[in-house]
Design a protein around this ligand. Structure first.
Ligand SMILES: *Cc1c(COP(=O)(O)O)cnc(C)c1O
Length: 431
């Protein structure tokens, strides 16, 4: 579905749907049905032949619906529309981001294979890679942001001598401190391992900046995965996931999805069609708000260190990667508050307007404590390495007025500061 004639947002209200064929209904109905009637036995036979890959589609032959686990009109429209943002040929939707990730990995990675990924990744993804894949005889090797091409190749050769990875998986920006991985470098590594018989696939989790502000396929990614629960859904009311890429790869993933049963239901698909119409303006406004909040945080005496892509040090390698592959700094902010867990908790417990909740990318602003919540399952050693310390707070900035958000942050800092000076006094008197 390569549509380069208009901007993506112009397709979100119409692509893949014809009002004329639905009594003029401007919006697509919800196709709340499990099964679809064939016009004839011959047609049913033809659909099954194509669905099971028993023969190729003939020139001009239209594939119809069979059963909603295989395909449903709402999910189908949604897939066409999401693919436009990444200029991908095809897309697939799933019942969650985790369903998108697990179905994608199991479509291409087999027992005996090597699987390589960049840490940090989302907590659920990390658990799946480290605790589930090995149970299927899949060897897993990880690298870290900041590792050079040579470092990574050495690591692979050391931990899996002579093996060629079937897949390299990265999430960038990484959660929670917005660490960036150089996608062009990952592509060079993947290409180096690809052979005539088998490609080493490069998969990128684009949940944090995509599909509006980062396009990994332009840097060589074969597949891009999303938790559509986050920015794509954008209203904290749907769990969903997606994958986009070439028609060939997505076709294989959809075949696997049919047997895992991990497709998205018609109702959630319809809700996401609505969400896609406002995706770009939501994300743009969220970035605007986040920049204001980050600017305020960067000057606050209770902030020890700020992790926001809009405030990277100009001469750093991370800044160079940002300039190359990100089109905006996004709306995820993390910062180290002066003190430790006590001060972080005092801040969170006194932060009004924000919801104290995990997840991100929604209309409402959210705040959480990575070390004890989203990243509690990460080993202490990796937590240290990834900067997930007890004084780290993560914010997802929504659509409230930025000035109001800043006022509430100010109030929460006052409480945290009381705790901080209180514990400093105690330290002094205990000498
Ligand atoms: C939330 C999230 C996931 C998992 O998605 P679910 O929709 O919760 O299953 C995967 N990757 C990233 C980056 C996420 O933030």
């Amino acid at each position: 579905m390569k549509n380069t004639t208009m901007s993506p947002e112009s397709y979100m209200m119409s692509l893949g749907y014809s009002a004329k064929e639905h009594q003029g209904s401007v919006k697509s109905p919800i196709f709340q049905t499990s099964t679809f009637a064939f016009r004839s036995a011959e047609e049913g036979k033809a659909f099954f032949e194509i669905a099971y890959g028993l023969r190729e589609k003939k020139e001009g032959e239209e594939m119809g619906m069979i059963y909603s686990r295989v395909d449903n009109p709402n999910m189908n429209i949604l897939e066409k529309r999401l693919a436009v943002w990444d200029e991908a040929e095809a897309g697939a939707f799933f019942s969650s981001g985790m369903a998108a990730i697990t179905t994608t990995v199991f479509t291409f990675v087999r027992p005996g294979d090597l699987f390589v990924y960049a840490s940090p990744v989302y907590g659920g993804t990390d658990h799946f890679f480290n605790h589930v894949l090995p149970q299927f005889g899949i060897k897993v090797v990880k690298f870290f942001p900041g590792d050079s091409e040579v470092d990574i190749l050495k690591k692979i050769e050391h931990e899996a001598p002579g093996m060629k990875p079937a897949m390299i998986y990265v999430e960038t920006p990484g959660n929670p401190v917005n660490s960036l991985v150089d996608l062009s470098m990952v592509k060079r590594i993947a290409d180096g391992f690809s052979t005539f018989e088998r490609d080493c696939l490069m998969v990128v989790d684009n949940t944090f900046l995509g599909p509006v502000f980062q396009h990994p396929m332009k840097f060589g990614a074969d597949l891009v995965v999303y938790s559509a629960t986050k920015f794509i859904g954008g209203h904290s009311d749907v769990i969903a996931g997606a994958c986009v890429g070439s028609a060939g790869l997505i076709g294989q993933i959809k075949a696997m999805r049919t047997f895992f049963g991990s497709q998205l239901d018609p109702n959630s698909s319809w809700l996401l069609m609505r969400s896609l119409e406002t995706l770009k303006i939501r994300m743009q406004q969220q970035v605007k708000n986040a920049k204001e909040v980050a600017q305020y945080l960067s000057n606050h005496p209770m902030v020890e260190e700020l992790h926001y892509l809009g405030n990277l040090e100009k001469n750093s390698e991370q800044y160079r990667i940002f300039e190359r592959q990100c089109e905006a700094p996004g709306s995820m902010i993390a910062f180290n508050i002066k003190g430790g867990e006590k001060e972080a908790f005092a801040f969170l417990n006194n932060l009004e307007l924000f919801k104290l909740a995990v997840s991100l990318g929604s209309t409402e602003s959210l705040a959480e404590h990575p070390a004890t919540m989203t990243h509690v399952d990460v080993s202490p050693e990796d937590r240290k390495r990834l900067g997930i310390s007890p004084n780290l707070v993560r914010l997802s900035i929504g659509l409230e007025n930025a000035g109001d958000l800043i006022l509430k942050i100010e109030k929460a800092f006052e409480k945290a500061e009381e705790v901080y000076s209180g514990s400093k006094e105690k330290e002094i008197t205990s000498y």
